[in-house]
Design a protein around this ligand. Structure first.
Ligand code: ADP
Ligand code: MG
Length: 203
């Protein structure tokens, strides 16, 4: 079972990954957007780290709703409200349970991803964060390692897609040939989840 501490570790590992990979995320956004995705994610998750260092959320769901609120208030641009919605909705779906199973998390994350799709009006194949998140939810039904691998594969597969939502969609055909920055950051979020679970070998 996954307890509150596990969820804190997930968010801390995510903050570390966003900080480590910020330059790469910004380079991806420079190619098809406005070159701010890495700074957005780094700033947002640094604030999450600060908040989680000060507050002690009681339940797994509370860790995620607090994180989501923090991202909405600190990240401008499309990704703040989208990631904020993802984590708030996932947290809400987990409710007040003090421990949750991987299967329960997969179901809650599915609700969070559906809320992102509703907010942004995007679907699979539109070259957005959903192209990493949707396969991750599917993979999480099997294992943490499978979720991580599926998110990464989904993010890499956005290279061949044409963007239909967000800033990159203004480029039309010229968005093809570049990885979507939000899909890349979503793969980091899911990678951090597998890291927190200690599933280096597909556990
Ligand atoms: P902005 O586009 O406002 O500069 P960011 O650069 O931080 O914001 O984030 C861009 C990422 O947000 C994109 O790579 C994409 O994955 C995601 N995104 C943008 N619009 C949407 C949308 N409508 N639905 C889902 N994801 C989106
Ligand atoms: Mg941007």
């Amino acid at each position: 079972m996954l307890d509150t501490d596990f969820f804190r570790q997930w968010m801390t590992a995510t903050a570390a990954a966003m900080d480590r990979e910020a330059d790469r995320l910004t380079e991806l956004d420079a190619a098809i957007g406005d070159a701010d995705h890495g700074t957005n994610m780094r700033r947002g998750f640094a604030a999450v780290g600060d908040v989680l260092g000060k507050e002690a959320p009681a339940a797994p769901g509370d860790v995620l709703t607090l994180t989501g609120r923090c991202l909405i208030s600190t990240v401008g641009g499309a990704s703040g409200p989208l990631y904020g919605t993802l984590l708030r909705r996932t947290g809400k779906a987990l409710g007040e349970a003090r421990e949750v199973s991987r299967e329960q998390l997969a179901e809650a994350l599915g609700a969070g991803v559906a809320a992102v799709a509703q907010l942004g009006g995007a679907k699979a194949g539109d070259k957005t964060m959903l192209d990493a998140l949707l396969p991750a939810v599917e993979g999480l039904g099997s294992s943490f390692g499978r979720a991580r691998d599926a998110a990464l594969e989904g993010a890499l597969a956005t290279v061949g897609l044409r963007a239909l939502k967000g800033r990159a969609s203004y480029l039309g055909e010229r968005s093809v040939g570049h990885q979507d920055p939000g899909a890349a950051s979503a793969a980091l979020l899911v990678g951090a989840l597998a890291e927190a679970a200690g599933s280096g070998d597909g556990a």
